[in-house]
Design a protein. Sequence first.
Length: 251
Amino acid sequence: MAEIYGKTVLDKEPQDFVADVVQELKNPLSIISGYLENLREPTTLNDKDFRENVLETMERNVGRINRVVDDLLTISKLESREKSPLDRGLFNIASCARNVFERLETVIKKQQADVDIQIPDIEIEGDEFYWSEILLKLIENSLNQNLDTAVKIRVSAELNNDESFTIRVCDNGIGIPPPDLPFIFERFYRVKRHRPDIPKKGIGLGLSIVKQAVEAHGGSIRVRSIAKVETLFVIVVPHFKDLIEEIAPSA
């Protein structure tokens, strides 16, 4: 079994998880607190460039806190005892993907990544919020694992003859080491950074959320990875193109 912080995935204690969450929240809170102290100084208030830099840094760290909280709430809902955590309906999967791209556009440009989304303009049945999370976290995963590489990311989708729906997210980055592949969908699991000087971020829930959200839709996800060639996530889910007619009330 692969290790996390000296413990295996299955051996991770509740207090270790709490410590990870506390640390992930404490760091940005400390930064925000420090900058608030600086802003109390009269001289800094008159420095426009400093103020803008401070506000940008604070905003970025507030976003970091919000992401941790959102991930905790999402995984809690997916793992709850509710029969189904999904709010199902028809939505346009291509529009959903474009919205995700817009949310990540700043990061994509900063890393000079090449993201190509090729998804047909069709409606599928499911929870649009969770599909946004699935696509967001898979693209973010590619970006986060390739901070020093102008990675190419391809997102494609197609309808299959059996009415299932396949989505692929592929990149040509550094890849996922073979020993890590069996565990990347485990809660709290984080692949070791290729560069030790870059600290790990997050609490290891992103890909676990992806897997559980896919399975909540009755689908499945698999991954394969060859370093600097292809890391490919393949999702297969049911497709209900005739749902509107099926649920429409009789005349």
